[in-house]
Design a protein around this ligand. Sequence first.
Ligand code: HEC
Length: 272
Amino acid sequence: MLKPTFRTLSRLLGVALVLGLAPGVFAASGPTDWHMDSFEADLHDQPSMQRGANTYMNYCIGCHSLKFQRYQRTADDLGIPDNVAKELLIHTGQKIGEHMVSAMPGEKAKAWFGAPPPDLTMVTRTRGGEWLYNYLRAFYLDDSRPLGVNNKVFPNVGMPHVMLDVQGVVRSGCAQVPMIASNGGERRDPLVAGKTLTEEKCGELVLDENSGKQTPEEFDQTIYDLVNFMTYVGEPYALERQRIGVYVLLFLVILFGFAYLLNREYWKDVDH
Ligand code: HEC
């Protein structure tokens, strides 16, 4: 009787391990053929998520609610003291126990932008962090659009480029970009060690130099932090779940040990 139990247990352990490792497999990809930079959230990086929360409250909450998330929970999870949260995060005159709702009137917003700004609580789960990270870095000037900007990842989007002052003026133009080898890596010059070969490509994003408050690297970091924060918002239980998951696996390992010993004890007097 005990042999099958032992086997079932080890199988269960195997299934638990596989499930624990599986989520990375289901990363979403972008709908356009724009070359997406990779993004990997780090929900253990509290300073990054705090900076992201700050950016969200300064640049996004004016139009986009996070209506399933409360200020209090955000402050607690991200290690922000209540008084700091009240001062720096809440610009809408709300109480700290309330949901993070935008003051933007939905109907008017639709008339202004052509589409109402959607709630973004779940956007990293529906669109994926990688999509969002690229979308927010892909606005460029386009005089043919009502708001004067367009987006490489979300063509003809109704959203203005709200971080233009930070990123600077970006145009769609021709630029020298690294040549990509057939294996997906950058092509190197075999004669000059380490030198990447480039080619001219049009339809690329080109930044007017020194037109933004941040350098391109700083802006990438700002958007990384913002998307990191939004990934947390989409799944505030993720941190808790990881912690519990570790205990569950530990418990299974211990149980496995006992089951094994018990199994040996039962079978030791049986002739094989
Ligand atoms: C002035 C208002 C406004 C601000 C501020 C704003 N947005 Fe938007 N956003 C919009 C509108 C309008 C849309 C809908 C566009 C459409 O569907 O064409 C939109 C769409 C989006 C979408 C696409 C959602 C989807 O799944 O279709 C994302 C993601 C987004 N915004 C993120 C942000 C972030 C992050 C910020 C802050 C950096 C921000 N927005 C600031 C107006 C705004």
